[in-house]
Structures are given as C-alpha cells and as structure tokens.
Design a protein around this ligand. Sequence first.
Ligand code: ADP
Ligand code: MG
Length: 248
Amino acid sequence: MSAPFVEVDGITVRFGGLMAVNNLSFQVERGTIHALIGPNGAGKSTTFNCISRYYQPTAGRVRIDGLDVTHFRPSRMAGLGVARTFQNLELFGELSVRENVLLGCHAHSANTLGGLLRRPDGATRDLVDNLIERVGLTHDRETRANELDFGHQKLLEIARALALKPRLLLLDEPAAGLRNTDIENLDRLLTELAQRDGITVLLVEHVMQLVMSISNRITVMSFGEKLAEGTPKEIGENPKVIEAYLGK
Ligand code: ADP
Ligand code: MG
C-alpha cells in the first residue's frame, strides 16, 4: 500500500485558554476525496489552517507526501503543490475572472505578476481558458469578480486554486451558497480532479448531499476532537454522528 498523501499526526491548536483542535490524527490517501465535517466551531478550519501552514499547531506534526511540513512557511506550500480556498473569499474583486485565474498561475510562471496579466504566454492562456471552462464560468470570462454572485465567486476561487497545478486541493466549504446546478457541477468537477487528474482533495463541507456523494472517506470532528471516521455509508449510520448533528 502506498503511503498516505496527507498525515495529520496528533495536532493540537490552542488559542489562549481555548483548545480549538485536540490531539487530532487522520490520513488522506493519494488521489482520493476526504471530507472533514462537524458542527460549527468544531475546529475544521483551524485544522485546514495547520495543513496549509497559516497556523502553527501547538503540538503534533503534519506530513505531505512523506515530508514533514509542520514548520514550513505558508509561502513554501505552493511549491509543494498545495492549493487552498478560503471560507471567506479572497479574490481580486476589481479584476476579471480571467485575470484572477491568471494570477493563480504565478507560482509556476517565470513572468512577473504585471507581465502575466498583460502578456501571458500561449500555454498559460490555454490553461486559464480550460480551467474557466471546467468550473463553468466561460460566459463570465471578462466579468469583474465582484460582479459575480457568491456561488460563482466560489467556483472562481477553485479555478484560481487549480491554476497552481496542485497535487493537494484544500477546499473550505466550497458548496456553501451554491445553487443545486452549481453543486452538481462541483460534484462532477471534484470527482474528475481526483479520479482523472490524481489530485488529492480535502474539503470541509456542510452540504451533506455533496459530502456523501463524492467522499471516499469522512472524518467527523466535534469540539476539536475526532468523533468518527469512515466511508460515507459508515458515517451516515453512526449513532454518535447522528447525535452530534441532531442533539440528544
Ligand atoms: P469550524 O471551522 O469547525 O467551524 P474553527 O476551526 O473555525 O471551527 O474554530 C474552532 C474554534 O476555535 C472556535 O471556537 C473558534 O471560535 C476558535 N478560533 C478559530 N480561530 C481562532 C483565532 N484565530 N483566535 C481565537 N480563536 C479562534
Ligand atoms: Mg470553518
């Protein structure tokens, strides 16, 4: 069996007296879709921030493709092929869809940011157009990001993350605010990214229809700890999970 692509090994994150993540461990296999679910405040985004290195865990290790990245700077993560989106969007609102995706190409382009925007090379232009098409934004290619509705801004964030040519894609609540047709597109896109392109996808998501449809495995968090882990079927039938979501 191959080594897991992501290993979260006993991470703890404290904010003052609050234990946001408490000795959490889980592994994500290469080329699979793994979902992190749990009630609000469970520590899901904090866990993401540890993996993408925006936060430093108080204890524990994070390994990506066997490499201990626990003390890496966030800026090194792009070079390792780790791309992420944020729960609260971080787009360049005044720039077009096309320009936002172009800027995502910066990590593997020899061009400066300005050069990239003004005269991208042919291969970069093709990559950008292809990604825009894959997320279904072709008709909004020249639309300013801040003129898109929230759901389409989220799809744009995914296209921009893909422009990095990632090996690991971290998505924080990608389906929140999306219409059903956009969720269906997202379902197809993420499945294809894992199965065809071999990208490992780790997502935090509340939209259970999507989680249950696309995930190979699910880790459930509650109060900073791992409550359960398993296949969508196992998680759907787990009484502890049902209780955490529905209350007693
Ligand atoms: P989730 O994404 O599962 O909703 P979070 O990881 O955002 O949960 O938050 C877990 C807990 O940590 C919450 O109680 C939250 O208020 C707290 N928290 C998150 N980030 C910070 C921070 N930067 N400073 C202080 N507390 C934080
Ligand atoms: Mg969150």
